[in-house]
Design a protein around this ligand. Sequence first.
Ligand code: ADP
Ligand code: MG
Length: 462
Amino acid sequence: MNINLESLWHKVCQGLREQLNADVYARWIAVIIPKRLDPDKLILSVSNDFYQTWLEENYLPLIRESVNRIYGRDLTVQFEVTPVIMPAVSSTPSVEPSATRKPAHTKKTCGQAASSELALNPKYAFGSFVVGPSNSFAHASSLAVAQAPGKAYNPLFIYGGVGLGKTHLMQAIGHYVLTQSKAHVHYLSCEALMNEYIDSLQNRHVKQFRDKYRSTDLLLIDDIHFLTRTSALQEEFFHTFNVLYDAHKQIVMASDRPASEISGLEKRLVTRFEWGLVTELLAPDFETRMAILHSKQKTLNVALDEDILTFIALHICSNIRSLEGALLRLASYASIYQKKISMDLAESLLQSIIEQEKKEPVSINAIQRNVADYFDIRMADMTSKQRSQSVALPRQVAMYLCRSLTTASLPEIGAAFSKTHATVMHACRRINQKIINDQQVKQIITKLSKQIDEHKLSVPGK
Ligand code: ADP
Ligand code: MG
């Protein structure tokens, strides 16, 4: 195939950017520098061996698959460590390597994301957050915390499914506090925290890392469920938490599930995360969805007919991000083609989003719960290292169902089970074989798929 290194990698990046969520892409893919293209090999370079290991364990199959598809034949993909630091958010592969370390963190970031610390998005303020029964408690708690950091509820723990407003509320707290005071605010995702910590270990500036987070007035950690990926960080975070808590500094965390259901989270952390106020974000009801659409419509400066808004709100129920996506699609179409959106047009433009919505109500967590319930094992067994057949088979069944019933990638499923993508692949292969050879396994899979699909979700709390 007549393609050079740069354009091959550029195309691979384009594809991966569509497949991965923006944070993951910026963190793990944008940091890769294409180094060399040999007749049978693609060499990719990263700045330290932590990246190398992580990429090899989690993203190599995905990258390889994409490289081979674009290149047109099989290449071996290899990582090597070149100790230069690249800005993590660069999205094109052609950025010049820089010999000097980029200052990794900014205290009050705005607009563009910094290398390992997420910027506060000006969009995510209290003013643009629409309140309804599904989120009023979380909203009120967040506002109370923003108005009296360290005094009202500490810590504040917000949990809920994807796209329901966790990040929005956390950042709203950050904005509010920054406009009211000169407080030191740190907002970052758990993954960014982990990377910064690993960096600090490698570069022997753990003390700076500690000082920075232990002297902050408001610490907002998003997606805290990823804390369990490294035990060293759990330990570090435990001490940071204690120092901040004792000094009456505010801690806010967001997670996709309650602390007690984050498998692998140390008990002392579970307890601490529940010390203050725990609040859940639920899927919005119809009225709230309509109110959100009206509000976003104003921001986007479009005016869709009421029956079209109703159509969107009726069909997209589970996730506010998809609701926004639907509106944005119609708004862009109307503005590009200068055309009024009719009902027929809306239906056809939104077909894929609506189909996605129908397919997507199943979460990995719900599958794990259903399977755990069915086999009468604990939720914690889903992520445990135990290999006995009584636990291993249900776990493999759950991984298989995650693969077939959700759109999650292998690394994402792996992470939810505290395993690598390779384990998930192995599990899927194994269950596939069993379905062919073992009538009983086939029946179990059919029954569970049906049950999960029909939302007959079991009661949480195993
Ligand atoms: P999460 O962090 O829970 O996955 P986000 O906070 O990223 O979800 O929200 C997804 C999108 O939905 C964002 O664009 C956010 O602004 C929007 N959103 C969520 N909840 C609301 C709400 N109550 N009012 C207005 N917009 C919302
Ligand atoms: Mg979020």
